[in-house]
Ligand binder design. Sequence first.
Ligand SMILES: [Zn+2]
Ligand SMILES: [Zn+2]
Length: 253
Amino acid sequence: MKAAVLEAYHQPLAIRDAEISQPGLGEVTVAVKAVGLCLTDVHISEGKIPTVKLPLITGHEFAGVIDKTGPGVKDFKTGDRVVVNIDVICGRCDHCLRGETNRCSNLIRIGFERNGGMAEYVNVPAINIEKISEKVPFEKAAIFPDAVATTYRAMKTIGKVSAGTKVAILGIGGLGMEGILIGKLLGAHITCTSRNEKSLKWQELWERITSSTQLKRISLRRQGSTLAVMPLSLKRSRFWVPGLPIEVSFVRS
Ligand SMILES: [Zn+2]
Ligand SMILES: [Zn+2]
């Protein structure tokens, strides 16, 4: 199979022929149809993730079709459309037993400490996959387990956001944009902040898409360890963000 391999830090990925073994016990082989490029992939390529060993096939946001199933796999079959959760956990450490699997003491992440989805095929544990509908395009499904699920859990599960909740999203990067859309679906009132004008232009775009949310223009400047607000107009109010050690002011544009 062909794979994009990170062979050296600060170098482009090399397209190589790579071996793919038969899926092991409890594993499936996924034929990758779409793979996302995360900022973390850039950090990996710059040698900033100490647990990464080269050479590595990166790619931790991907979706595809099951090509083969290994021994012991009963719930999936060849041809199933799937997305892949990146965390391969031990299931027996204190964190796993408490349900905090993202903090597993023996965590191995697909695309970090084992080969990922920048390849035609990748073997992953069947317990890490979820089926997706025919209606969901692979390129959209690919980011569900990482960017979308991260923000969804933060807002819905941990933050208990529901209709009418006032939500402040600090920073309009990839996760912030997901947060706007998820917050909109949950019926929340969204206020976004950004320290640079370019991101605020994105905010304006999302404001048009999510017209019923209450987005406000705001610009923040970092002062020491706190964030100071630079108002863009004169109508101004203030609020505390629960759980965060900062006070945010915002203004209506
Ligand atoms: Zn990522
Ligand atoms: Zn564990």
